[in-house]
Design a protein around this ligand. Structure first.
Ligand SMILES: O=c1ccn([C@@H]2O[C@H](COP(=O)(O)O)[C@@H](O)[C@H]2O)c(=O)[nH]1
Length: 232
């Protein structure tokens, strides 16, 4: 399993992606999300994969089970390593997603978003109407995800230890909201450093603007990778 930091390619088109990737001379694990996919379609996935990089397709599908299952079956034709849905879609939707992916012949790891890293406990309580602690909600979603047969969850690094305690080491904890101490928080709420993510049990980190907006993205990537690998 590739556990390199996953770089979020939040760009508008392939030209911007190529400009960003050009200075790197190694195989990367990259994330293609809604911004890039919805403006460029499946071609963008093929083009990035042809460059030799592993791909997490972060489309966060969330709809009725039949729709998500059929969409996953279609997406299964793409050569990707990881893909996701929203756990809030429920266990039937997640099972349909997994069945669709398998029926389409994909080996990609399917994971589910618990609570977005831009969501605070207050927002969850007041806007989603879910009472109690955000940690409880996240561990609950992680259990439902595991019981549906998925490989892991998207959560913040702050919750990784709780999920590891509940569901073990092998269950994936893919954690965005990664910031170094010098980085701006932006729209993220539940953030953590790469070192903390490692110490707290994340299996993967997802890093976007901290690298993509840096004046030297290659150097920033390597310093984050080192902090992530060494955990100190
Ligand atoms: O809960 C989630 C789920 C997905 N993301 C995605 O990760 C990156 C983070 O980007 P940064 O620039 O490092 O904040 C972005 O593509 C999100 O769509 C997330 O942040 N939180």
């Amino acid at each position: 399993m590739n556990t390199n930091p996953i770089i979020a390619l939040d760009f508008r088109n392939m030209e911007e992606v190529l400009t960003f990737l050009k200075p790197f001379d190694e195989q990367l694990f990259v994330k293609i999300g809604m911004e890039l996919y919805l403006q460029n379609g499946p071609t963008i996935v093929k083009e990035v994969r042809d460059l030799g990089h592993d791909i997490f397709l972060d489309l966060k599908l969330h709809d009725i089970p039949n729709t998500v299952g059929q969409a996953m079956k279609g997406l299964a034709g793409l050569d990707i390593q990881m893909i996701n849905v929203h756990a809030a879609g429920g266990s039937k939707m997640m099972t349909a997603a997994l069945d669709g992916l398998k029926a389409g012949g994909s080996q990609a790891q399917l994971i589910a978003v618990t609570q977005l890293t831009s969501t605070s406990e207050e927002m969850m309580n007041e806007e989603q109407g879910i009472p109690g602690s955000i940690n409880d909600s996240i561990v609950n979603y992680a259990r439902v995800t595991r019981d549906a047969g998925l490989a892991g969850v998207v959560c913040s690094a702050n919750e990784s230890a709780l999920i590891r305690e509940a569901l073990g080491e092998d269950f994936l904890k893919v954690t965005p909201g990664i910031r170094t101490l010098a980085d701006a928080k932006g729209d993220q709420v539940r953030i953590a450093t790469p070192e903390f993510a490692r110490q707290n049990g994340s299996t993967h980190i997802v890093v976007g603007r901290s690298i993509t907006q840096d004046s030297d993205p290659v150097a920033k990537y390597h310093s984050i990778k080192k902090a992530w690998e060494q955990g100190c």
